[in-house]
Design a binder for this molecule. Structure first.
Ligand code: NI
Length: 182
């Protein structure tokens, strides 16, 4: 496994729509190695999600430190849950929109509040090629929306309704973190 270089905002790969993975290619060495490297890179940089375009691979794959099981604890002492999703498709379930803080390894040391659907249904494939169909809420739903956006060349700035909360990490911790809701 390898720690990969993360593309930062301004790199065109982050603004390019990624290609779907042919389901028959999911077991391939290339795809499996990329997924391993995405996990290793995400954990090295303490992210909660990382999409293939962020490591210069324009493919519809992301990994995240979340569980797709309803009611799962997002993070605990036993370590982050891990999920890899291939060709994810998202549909909002319900109309509720919630604001929450986001950051992105491609936009280092910046935080901002982003409105997202509270609950979404996500379909796609896992790394074994098995179909995934899950309805999730809260932080996992936010992460899945953020990462799926990367596959369409969309960054979280694009989803902000106002830039008033846009903060450097130090100022976020100093002035905003007490209101942290994720
Ligand atoms: Ni991101």
């Amino acid at each position: 496994m390898s720690i990969l270089k993360v593309a930062c905002m301004g790199h065109p790969v982050l603004r390019t729509k990624s290609r779907p993975v042919a389901p028959g290619d999911i077991p391939s060495h290339h795809v499996q190695r990329l997924i391993d490297d995405l996990f290793e890179t995400m954990e090295e940089y303490h992210g909660i999600g990382l999409a293939a375009p962020q490591v210069h691979h324009s493919l519809r794959i992301f990994v995240a430190g979340i569980s797709l099981e309803p009611g799962a604890v997002p993070d605990d002492e036993a370590g982050m849950p891990r999920v890899a999703l291939i060709n994810p498709e998202i549909t909002p379930a319900g109309r509720s929109i919630v604001d929450g803080w986001e950051g992105c390894l491609s936009i280092p040391d910046i935080r901002g509040r982003v409105p997202r659907a509270e609950t979404v249904r996500v379909t796609g494939y896992d790394r074994t090629g098995a179909p995934v169909d899950a309805t999730i809420s809260g932080l996992p739903a936010r992460v899945v929306q953020h990462e799926t956006d990367h596959l369409d060349g969309i960054l979280f700035f694009d989803r902000m309704q106002s830039f008033e909360t846009l903060s450097y990490l130090e100022e976020y911790r100093r002035y905003w973190a007490r209101d942290d809701d994720d």
